[in-house]
Design a protein around this ligand. Structure first.
Ligand SMILES: *Cc1c(COP(=O)(O)O)cnc(C)c1O
Length: 496
């Protein structure tokens, strides 16, 4: 079957997968969605024993139908290789009866590597396919993890440049250092004086700016996106949920067809949307449990049907990659539960932009039955890290801990006994200070770098190379700008 993609705000015309990957965002500001979610071409039993790479191929070929088998296999081979510190790519660890799907074994030790190690390859193949001669400028807003993972993926990739914006005081020390030390002739990093939502809105505005697009074109450039608004990021993420199911079957942890629940620590709603797509492809997933930190706009949305970013304060938490109030991928779900009504969706998104709020209809609410939501406060997150460590010795990062807390709360509340898979999104090394202070308050006085050694002792995990390499690396990027100056900064960087 040939799958084409349409915009969530105007579904009149469609594009191929490679065109959608190149564009990133649709011209009307909408997000590309597949015309339908394809089914897996194999039964769940056939997933048993499949390698990660084979599973990724099985999933991605259904979505990226204008890629040849050879092209896609080559992208997968280049992406999921020894950049990962384990041959399994994504280990599943059973801790106290729940399954942690460790998505952080790639080059930058966060789950963003799962998609961003393959996106540059998908993009260069797409450029060739569509005879693009312009240099592609990847414009990215990051809450901390996407930026580094995208730069690592795109560094010195021919025909591309990458510009990353991150919130100056909104990322961990390790995250900031990871970005500031990034090598590569084609990379630029800018700290903005604002939060992630401002960074994301600024980037989206540049994508929608037609004049800017024309000017870029005359200079031989065009924009694309490495954020999860790009379908080329979402599709590779579906693969690990499919893989997890196959692995649990293979290990005899579940019976064929048995429903599992998936708990995802959520910010921009990309990772959990990928799980939803996996379910629609045919993976027996019962509940999709959306876990928020104190920026619980999604929790409130699932509870009330009203998405309201206006009547709340943005808070900085110890899980900064989820400090988001405008959850951009939710638009793909809204579109789907509106019966793929582009006008209705566009109306709601425009209300969000103008008034900071929208409310879905009763009919649409019925489309949310697959989802559950919960949130964890800062204290609950810290105590989760502490308790699991004390009981089992397993050390998890703050984002994963938000999900673990929500999972436990859900199980206690509903008595649902389905097995739970928790998307474990970052290595504890990335958020070492918050993790160690949760394990023992006395660590709070130590600096991040001395704590790395302590974490190694308590967790028994090797210091990842992602950390080793930044310890003595030179700072290469110190650029900062105001939110209002993002476009000018891009112009300067590209000599427009
Ligand atoms: C990006 C990120 C998240 C949130 O993922 P979304 O796809 O934006 O919902 C959660 N945890 C970590 C560590 C992340 O980097």
């Amino acid at each position: 079957m040939n799958i084409r993609y349409k915009s969530t705000r105007n579904s009149d015309s469609t594009v191929t997968a490679s065109e959608a990957i190149l564009k990133g965002l649709a011209e009307d500001g909408g997000l590309f969605v597949p015309e339908q979610i394809p089914k897996l071409s194999v039964s769940v039993d056939e997933l048993r024993g499949m390698s990660y790479q084979e599973t990724a191929y099985t999933v991605m070929k259904e979505f990226l139908t204008d890629f040849t088998e050879e092209e896609l296999r080559e992208c997968i081979r280049k992406a999921y290789d020894s950049k990962f510190d384990t041959e399994e790519i994504v280990p599943i660890v059973n801790v106290d009866g729940v399954y942690y799907l460790e998505l952080f074994h790639g080059a930058t030790i966060a789950f963003k590597d799962m998609a961003l190690s393959i996106l540059p390859h998908l993009l260069t193949v797409s450029a060739k396919k569509n005879r693009v001669e312009n240099e592609i400028v990847i414009l990215t807003a990051t809450s901390g993890d996407t930026g580094k993972a995208a730069m690592a993926g795109f560094a010195d990739v021919e025909g591309t440049r990458i510009i990353v914006f991150y919130p100056k005081n909104g990322v961990s020390k390790i995250q900031e250092l990871q970005m500031a030390t990034q090598k590569g002739k084609n990379v630029a990093v800018v700290a903005i004086h604002g939060n992630f939502d401002s960074a994301q809105s600024g980037v989206k505005a540049m994508f929608e700016n037609k004049e800017l697009a024309e000017e870029l074109n005359t200079h031989g450039y065009q924009f694309s996106s490495a954020n999860s608004i790009n379908i080329g990021r979402l599709v590779p993420q579906v693969a690990y949920y499919v893989y997890a199911y196959g692995k649990l079957l293979e290990q005899g942890q579940i019976r064929s067809g048995e429903e599992i629940n998936v708990v995802v620590p959520t910010g921009n709603f990309g990772n959990i949307l990928a799980a939803y797509y996996a379910k629609q492809m045919g993976i027996p997933i019962g509940r999709l449990i959306c876990a928020s930190n104190e920026n619980k706009v999604l929790f409130d949305f699932f509870r009330t049907g009203a998405y309201d970013k206006k009547h709340r304060e943005f808070v900085l938490t110890t899980s900064p990659s989820m400090d988001i109030l405008i959850s951009s991928n939710l638009e793909r779900l809204i579109y789907q539960i509106a019966g793929c009504d582009d006008k209705k969706n566009a109306e709601l998104m425009s209300a969000l932009q103008k008034e900071g709020v929208y409310e879905i209809t009763e009919d649409m609410k019925a489309g949310l039955l697959d989802f559950e939501a919960g949130y964890a406060t800062e204290e609950q997150t810290a105590s989760m890290i502490h308790e699991v460590y004390e009981k089992t010795g397993y050390v998890m990062d703050t984002h994963t801990a938000v999900a673990a807390y929500v999972c436990r709360e859900y199980q206690a509340r509903t008595k649902d006994t389905a097995k739970c898979v928790i998307a474990s999104t970052a290595s504890p090394y990335k958020f070492v200070k918050s993790v160690m202070s949760s394990i023992d308050g006395s660590y709070a006085a130590q600096d991040e770098f001395s704590l790395l050694e302590e974490l190694k002792k308590v967790s028994g995990r090797e210091l990842p190379s992602a950390i080793r390499e930044i310890l003595h690396a030179d700072i290469l990027h110190t650029l900062e700008c105001d939110v209002d100056n993002m476009e000018q900064t891009v112009r300067n960087l590209l000599d427009l």
